[in-house]
Design a protein around this ligand. Structure first.
Ligand code: FES
Length: 155
């Protein structure tokens, strides 16, 4: 997604207040990220033009950031462990069944943007599959009903 005219005007107004043009890059990145959900290559090129930089320099700033992404992310990162021990205990089947039940593809994002479903390898509780990791929380020994209930409760 490109940068809208409205956003360009906001960035220009912000830059007019700053002593150095490049000082505005990070706030501008956050504005674009908030509006678009990611920093696409196209947006990085547009920002590079605005800030008189190379697109690779803009993307390098995104790369070192903990909060900016070059692709759209779900509000909640939900990971199912597919490490060896969990696979032996049916983690793959659980992940596929959960994906089908909640209507979110593996490595996909729900239509409402709440849930991003993915895989993780070994969450350190190898005897408690299936394991679901959401933010800092690990839920162990789940069945599909319990997993769905937990996901439904997320904002
Ligand atoms: S393999 Fe799944 S927690 Fe270790």
């Amino acid at each position: 997604m490109g940068i809208s005219d409205k956003l360009r005007k906001e960035i220009a107004a912000q830059n007019a207040e700053l002593p150095r043009l490049r000082s505005g890059l990070l706030p501008a990145l956050h504005r674009v990220h908030q509006a678009c959900g990611d920093i696409s290559e196209g947006a990085a090129s547009e920002l590079a033009e605005i800030f008189e930089m190379r697109p690779s320099e803009v993307l390098a700033v995104v790369e070192i950031s903990n909060v900016l992404n070059t692709r759209r992310r779900g509000r909640h990162q939900v990971k199912i462990c597919v490490g060896g021990a969990c696979l032996r205990d049916g983690a793959r089947e659980f992940l596929n069944a959960l994906s089908e039940r909640i209507g979110v593809l593996v490595d996909g994002i729900s239509e409402d943007g709440r849930i991003e479903l993915g895989e993780e390898v070994c969450l350190g509780a190898c005897s408690a599959a299936p394991l679901m990791w959401i933010g800092d929380e690990v839920h162990e020994g789940l069945d599909l009903d319990e997993a769905e209930r937990i996901l439904d409760a997320l904002d």
